[in-house]
Ligand binder design. Structure first.
Ligand code: AMP
Ligand code: ZN
Ligand code: FE
Ligand code: FE
Length: 281
């Protein structure tokens, strides 16, 4: 069984349509893929249709942008009710703040670099959650940088003079929201220090007490030590460990199933109470 529980599409900052993601999972021999766009379930229905047509297992999910004292935390939520009103309100607040924040970043960049808001808008899929990768794509299209990685390294990294933050819910509250919406919460890339500052373990303990299911251990942004740390903290807190590629299509170098989840862990996840089920292959 090949199981990858974290992938993005054009509904956020990936480069495949939801149907293309499912077709890619099929072509690459995956048994199960999870669709986890940032702060939106907009890709679900297209992906579900494709999964039913192609016989690929699909876990509909989202990746919720959270913030603890200014430190970014990403929470994956699987099989939740996308119409849950408390959850929707938080997602809507984050998405609308992401819009303002992207404009602020572009305003700061435009002082030094030939870039306009219109050029960024061209890179965003219809109704998609906007993020820094879209600004990176506009910088690539304008020949300022060769690729997304260079755009992040030079201009868009967290803490850059061009950086701006957006509203995001508290991670412990987000765990409660996901559970209340019938979903299964998993903390994404908890020790990916290359992305920016990390929350103290005490926050992860609070998330565990609030109903966290697992830590994402095997992730392309984790080195061997960070993967070991995830296993050790998960063991201490009685949490499972997942593995996922965080696939973004051509937006990042790694492919689907670059990291994978153990079938026993998926089985345990599916035994949790959920609002909706996996699309079975
Ligand atoms: P944002 O959500 O707007 O703060 O942007 C964060 C997104 O940018 C996440 O999806 C990251 O995976 C992505 N990202 C972060 N660093 C890089 C990088 N060096 N190259 C490409 N994408 C990146
Ligand atoms: Zn992303
Ligand atoms: Fe993430
Ligand atoms: Fe992600």
């Amino acid at each position: 069984m090949i199981i990858d529980l974290h992938a993005h599409t054009l509904a956020s900052d990936g480069t495949d349509t939801p149907a293309q993601l499912v077709a890619q999972a099929d072509a690459d021999g995956l048994d199960v893929v999870a669709l986890t766009d940032h702060d939106t379930s907009a890709g679900w229905s297209e992906a579900i249709d494709a999964a039913e047509r192609l016989g690929v297992g699909l876990l509909p999910g989202i990746e919720i942008s959270c913030s603890w004292k200014g430190i970014s935390v990403h929470l994956l939520g699987y099989l939740l009710d996308p119409a849950d009103s408390a959850l929707l309100a938080e997602l809507e607040a984050a998405r609308s703040s992401r819009d303002d924040r992207a404009r602020r970043i572009v305003e700061k960049l435009a002082v030094d670099v030939p870039i306009t808001w219109a050029q960024v808008e061209e890179q965003v899929g219809p109704g998609a959650t906007i993020g820094r990768p879209h600004i990176a794509d506009a910088l690539v299209a304008a020949d300022v940088v060769p690729d997304r990685t260079a755009a992040f390294d030079e201009y868009l990294y967290t803490g850059s003079p061009y950086y701006a933050s957006h509203y995001a819910p508290d991670p412990v509250e987000a765990v409660r929201l996901v559970r209340a919406a019938g979903g299964v919460p998993v903390m994404a890339h908890p020790f990916a220090a290359k992305r920016g500052r990390l929350v103290p373990d005490s926050v992860i303990e609070d998330m565990a007490r609030a109903g966290l299911f697992a830590l994402e251990g095997d992730h392309p942004d984790h080195d061997a030590g960070q993967r070991a740390k995830a296993i050790s903290l998960a063991t201490d807190l009685g949490l499972f460990v997942t593995g996922s590629s965080d696939y973004h299509g051509s937006g990042k170098p790694w492919r689907l199933a670059a990291c994978t989840t153990d079938p026993d862990v998926l089985e345990a996840l599916l035994a949790e109470p959920t609002h909706r089920g996996i699309v079975r292959p």
